[in-house]
Design a protein around this ligand. Sequence first.
Ligand code: GDP
Length: 369
Amino acid sequence: MTENLQCIGCGATIQTEDKEKIGFTPKAALEKGMETGELYCQRCFRLRHYNEIQDASLTDDDFLKLLHEVGESDSLIVNVVDIFDFNGSIITGLHRFVGNNPILLIGNKKDILPKSLKVARLTQWMKERANELGLKPVDVLLTSAKKPENLEEILSSIEHYRNGKDVYVVGVTNVGKSTLINKIIQSRAGLQEIITTSRFPGTTLDKIEIPLDDGHFIIDTPGIIHRHQMAHYLGKKDLKIIAPQKEIKPKVYQLNAEQTLFLDGLARFDFIKGDKQGFICYVANDVTIHRTKLAKADEFYEKHKGGLLTPPRADEREHFPRLVRFEHSIKEKSDIVFAGLGWISVKGPAIVAGWAPEGVDVLVRKSLI
Ligand code: GDP
């Protein structure tokens, strides 16, 4: 019934089924909108009434279309990533899409990392990792969108690099892109009257355009859900446990070879071979770490999954994906990253194995800290 209805703000096709998808409108709002002739999707409604944008996510295909469109534009591209989940939130292949457009990389959620970590080092680290992925940002900035201390710096960088052009803000979902853009909107008086438009009629990419002083726009784009991330396999309550809300306190474990750590029931780390050494765990403070003997680890997991090792919860025990093992030989200081959950820093030399639910990435990278 809603097939042909479009949001008069962004042009998205109105639907009442899926809150997370673009064009969502609660049924009651749909009826009211049809009566008054002012039919907005929930995202545009919130923007108009509360000056707030909301997340929206696209399918893979639409996301590719969006990236193509961004590539064809003449603009500055601001790519927001989550520093805590850097590998999971960087858009692989972005460089292939953007053409000659400059990319400004913004690492968000700085507040989660230990305060002792220097901005210069972190920025340099992000630059190197981005370069490895073929991305050559014109600049790298760090921020905490929740409480941005450097909003002016970000705005003046954007102003500098956009060079009189439009600005596309891209990012996978959950990196804090909406939070950051809302801070930008709120910081600029005169933006109270934001109108949402889709400059590409017929597309349903649901972009939101924030006017700049010179007739150009900051264009907010929907993200894509990163599927190889732990968050994808957990309910809302468990997400609260694994997503750090404040500065993480690293936990150090002195291990002998043939010892195992469990990060709740979500991931496992085996120290297989090497001299006794310290392993530093960077995970949300609410994640509990259990130590056991490698030889007993399988049995321990079967016995305690959903009990002592929660999440997953008892009622999720049966459906939770099995843990899959990735073995790595570590020669220089590296991080074993459990996508979206955090990482364990290994000094090496050591042979280790990281285990994560089937579908979630475990990878090795040069150590961040
Ligand atoms: P989007 O999907 O990229 O638009 O992400 P949101 O803006 O909705 O943010 C995703 C989650 O990250 C929310 O729970 C935010 O509260 C949280 N978040 C956003 N910015 C920050 C930040 O600077 N620090 C921390 N700790 N959390 C943040």
